[in-house]
Design a protein around this ligand. Structure first.
Ligand code: BGC
Length: 913
């Protein structure tokens, strides 16, 4: 038996280890196993080798431990700017007991960013005088010529430490210093501002004339944000940059740092305006192609001097999250005329990003506009869902050919683009000329799923697209209208799905720090904002809200499930406890105040289009169900953190609240007062029934409701993530499959049958007749209702974490519906987990891969109980790492399940995918 290979180590939850904000980053590695050679392999020791870049000294550490995730940094702390090469090796025992040692992993380079405030010598600079209108602000260009020494006889490297009040792109000698978009991203700028570190070694010409140039636009810093007109200049009305350029010999004996603030100049950009909601206007007449290259004439003209501005209140932080990037390009699939004769380009996919034009060759003075939208309605671009967002880019031609033009500081949510202003017969009107650039936070992909049903697979792809489109610096509700905000409820319900699809831990743990900073500000009563970063919300007073605010407890806990990182829950602890102690607005019984307005099961399909919280499920019941659950999860958090006294306090509080919930909402005979899909599903999922008899009755009631609904969905934000899990928990997974495979509206697959390529905000964002839902809030790219994918992973595919951090995996696929095979995989903290099954007749076969140093608790479908009152422990087996083929006989419950239809109604045809 040989030992598994290891992946290159990673540092904390950082995306690549470069420009790290930690002096003692914890290390992790995964195992790359070969199914047959690493059966039951567990680590018993690891070696870490650290080669310090400065003196090439090698330190070696050997630790007897089975840990391979977030192990302590073994060496002395890193200093600011310091770098080292790190590799790891593991020894372990296989099933037969023989010890083997892995080869050394590939090397990772770790480099610290600025770890102390006084590493910053530079100040923020801005233009010494106002340039352009008073909003939208005209983007600014900064430039500075310089020579910088480099050691003649030594290896050296150069770094740019940079951030902005606004969003920026930096150049050295005409070349972009990185491929980041919308940097430094959106954070709660009053508390935390990201800085970025760029390796600019290859761009600098030592001892010669160089130029550093930076363009900065409003972004989220000064641009209009929010609905109903929004607010401008939320954080400030001056665009500014902070850039510190340093050259070091690799042995750190030589350094040369660009002298602060000297000789910077500033002028307006040919980009006249660039706004998140409204788009960008570029005037090619004003372009100066030499602005960012070292040509001294360029530094004449109307360049102005700069002023420094005071250091902000925010802490400058090196984010763990990867930056936003263009991660894919999508070619246009069609170009056609709208009913009224407008030119429309179709990219075939609703996506988030911007359009690049390969070549623009139009007469001078031509003003071309590109308006973006997600859908067509009645033969025209469907712009009503954008509300006040113009989502329009404009280019004014100077008559010269422009190649590969794309806006720089904005993004849109779109599938279609209307082009106006084109001269007749222009060669621009060819679809080959347009390409969409897909933008999002460049998270690493983790999970995948595919099954025998093509429409379900499309649904899955739609969820991935909606996640990509809404993970743009922060987790947002939607990417297209005048909103694009970090709504807490949306990511709270979607986080388990998101964290399986992509590695969200670094990004969301960064964002949760902003959330806590805003929640714990004075005068907030520990109530988090509705959206983080917080913005003024006309018509939405700051008030406590279940589900949305429960994020402060539930989402760190999900990240803990995916990472086993106790630091995340410990860092968020004060916010969690604050929410339960002071935030929740309670009545005398400790449950939610009866009269408090709640969003409830937001967007239940029965709620009126313009009153989405007014669905049939009692909003306070929904809030109370969540309160019991949140208190229970918090108790678990206290347990993990070893806070024994608090465990006692909050577990008795959970019991008490559960009893009060039962007393208030469950009749003595076991009926829930809100007899709805959402009500019962929440009560099942959060274990709110008193006993197995009540649970059995709940199963019966929920079954009837689902059958009467003819398998249409009847849940909103609260019920959708739990309905399929709840049906599975009460042994009714066939009903969950039946709902999943329903095609009529409302259902998960209805949008797919309408050609959707993303998840919609509403079950019927597009009505069956092709018109857009009349509600003012109608996005075609909202991930919350896609949270059913968590069930696809855990129950259809069959894998979920049995223990926090995936060291023990629960493998429990339950086949059903007309699905004959499924394949799910997840790149977990220990390596690749995969489960592939097929059902041929009654023969179920499963091929399972479990990574080294982890185990799986496997429950075969034949051992899944059929009756919720059956109390005995479910038969399972524990398997160590390796590849397995497991088989059993399996016969699912009746398919398709019956509908419940009144005898006098003649039932319509069933519409099963
Ligand atoms: C957003 C949501 C959000 C909701 C809360 C909407 O405008 O788009 O998804 O959670 O408001 O009220």
């Amino acid at each position: 038996m040989s030992a598994p290979r290891l992946t290159a180590p990673t540092f904390e939850h950082h995306h690549n280890g470069f420009g790290l904000g930690y002096s003692e980053p914890r290390l992790s590695w995964q195992f790359e196993a070969d199914d047959s050679t690493t059966k039951g392999w567990t680590q018993i020791r690891y070696d870490i080798e650290i080669t310090w870049t400065a003196d090439q000294k090698v330190d070696h550490f050997s630790v007897d431990s089975d840990e391979s995730v977030l192990v302590p940094w073994p060496a002395r702390p890193l200093r600011s700017r310091e770098s080292a090469r790190v590799r790891v090796r593991s020894s372990g025992k296989g099933a037969g007991g023989s010890v083997s040692e892995s080869p050394w992993s590939p090397v990772s380079v770790v480099e610290a960013g600025f770890l102390n405030r006084d590493d910053w010598k530079e100040s923020f600079i801005t233009s010494s005088e106002r340039i352009g209108p008073n909003g939208p602000l005209q983007p600014l260009r900064f430039r500075r010529e310089f020579t910088l020494d480099a050691p003649p006889d030594k290896q050296w490297h150069a770094r740019l430490y940079v951030t902005a009040m606004g969003v920026f792109q930096a150049y050295i000698n005409g070349k972009l210093t990185s491929d980041e978009e919308m940097a430094p991203g959106w954070t709660s700028y009053k508390h935390r501002l990201n800085y970025h570190v760029h390796d600019v070694t290859a761009l600098l010409r030592p001892n010669e004339q160089n130029v550093i140039a930076i363009e900065v636009a409003e972004g989220w810093y000064a641009g209009t944000l929010g609905f109903r007109g929004g607010t401008r200049f939320l954080y400030g009305d001056k665009l500014a940059v902070l850039a510190q350029l340093e050259v070091y010999s690799d042995d750190m004996s030589f350094s040369s740092v660009l002298v602060p603030n000297k000789d910077w100049q500033c002028r307006g950009s040919p980009i006249q305006s660039s706004e998140v909601y409204d788009g960008e206007t570029y005037d090619a007449w004003l372009e100066d192609n030499q602005w960012n290259v070292p040509i001294s004439s360029a530094s004449t003209g109307d360049w102005k001097s700069v002023d420094t501005i005071p250091w902000p209140s925010a802490e400058l932080v090196a984010p763990d999250a990867p930056p936003v990037r263009v991660t894919q390009t999508v070619e246009a699939v069609d170009i056609f005329k709208s009913k009224s004769g407008k030119t429309i380009i179709d990219f075939g996919q609703n996506l988030v990003g911007k359009v690049q034009l390969r070549k623009i060759d139009v007469p001078e003075g031509t003003s071309l506009t590109f308006q973006h939208a997600e859908v067509m309605e009645h033969g025209e671009l469907g712009t009503r869902p954008l509300r006040l967002a113009k989502a329009t880019d404009t280019i004014i031609s100077a008559g010269k050919v422009i190649r590969d033009w794309a806006p720089r500081f904005t993004f849109h949510g779109f599938r279609y683009v209307q082009v106006d202003g084109l001269p007749e017969g222009s060669s621009l009107v060819s679809k080959e000329n347009f390409v969409a650039q897909v933008m999002h936070t460049d998270l690493k992909r983790r999970g995948d799923f595919v099954c025998s049903n093509a429409l379900v697979n499309q649904l899955y792809q739609n969820v991935i697209w909606s996640m990509r489109g809404n993970f743009l610096s922060i987790p947002t509700d939607c990417p297209q209208r005048n909103e694009r905000l970090g709504w807490t409820g949306d990511i709270q319900v979607f986080c388990p799905t998101a964290s399986f699809l992509f590695d969200t831990v670094g990004m969301l743990k960064d964002w949760l720090q902003d959330l806590a900073a805003e929640q714990l500000q004075e005068g907030r009563g520990s109530v988090p904002p509705f959206v983080c970063p917080e913005i003024p919300m006309p018509g939405w007073p700051h008030m406590p809200e279940a589900i949305w605010d429960d994020i402060v407890v539930l989402t760190p806990h999900v990240l803990y499930q995916f990472s086993s990182d106790k630091k995340i829950i410990s860092r968020q602890f004060v916010g969690m406890q604050g929410w339960l102690e002071n935030g929740v607005k309670r009545g005398a019984d400790g449950l939610w105040d009866e009269d408090h307005w709640q969003l409830g099961d937001w967007l239940d399909p029965k709620a009126p289009p313009n009153d989405p919280s007014n669905g049939p499920t009692d909003t306070i019941l929904v809030a109370d169900a969540y309160l019991v659950h949140t208190t229970e999860v918090f108790t678990e958090v206290c347990k993990v953190l070893g806070k024994a006294e608090l465990v006692e306090k909050y577990s008795s509080q959970t019991d008490d609240l559960r009893r009060k919930f039962q007393h208030k909402y469950i009749s003595p005979a076991g009926k829930l007062v809100s007899n709805t899909q959402t009500g019962i599903a929440l009560a099942i999922q959060f274990s709110l029934y008193r006993n197995a008899q009540e649970l059995s009755l709940a199963a019966h009631d929920l079954t009837k409701l689902v059958q009467r609904a003819r398998f249409n969905i009847a849940t909103g934000f609260a019920g959708t993530p739990v309905i399929a899990h709840a049906l599975t928990k009460v042994c009714r997974s066939q009903l969950a499959y039946r709902m999943l495979l329903e095609k009529t509206c409302p259902s998960w697959l209805y949008p797919v049958t309408m050609g959707a390529t993303t998840i919609w905000e509403r079950w019927d964002s597009m009505l069956p007749d092709g018109s857009i839902n009349p509600g003012t809030m109608t996005s075609f790219n909202h991930y919350a209702l896609g949270s059913v994918v968590d069930w696809l992973h855990a129950t259809v595919g069959g894998i979920s974490p049995a223990e926090p951090g995936w060291q023990q995996i629960l493998v429990r696929p339950i086949p059903g519906g007309n699905i004959t095979h499924a394949n799910v995989s997840f790149k977990g903290p220990y390596g690749l987990i995969s489960c592939k099954w097929e059902l041929v007749g009654r023969k179920f076969s499963m091929y399972l891969t479990i990574p080294p140093n982890s185990t799986a608790k496997v429950i075969l479908p034949s051992d899944i109980p059929r009756d919720v009152t059956r109390g005995e422990e479910v038969k399972h087996q524990i398997l160590g790492s390796g590849g397995y083929k497991l088989e059993c006989d399996f016969e699912a419950a009746e398919w398709p399940p019956q509908r419940l239809i009144a005898p006098h109604i003649s039932p319509p045809e069933e519409d099963i995918a």
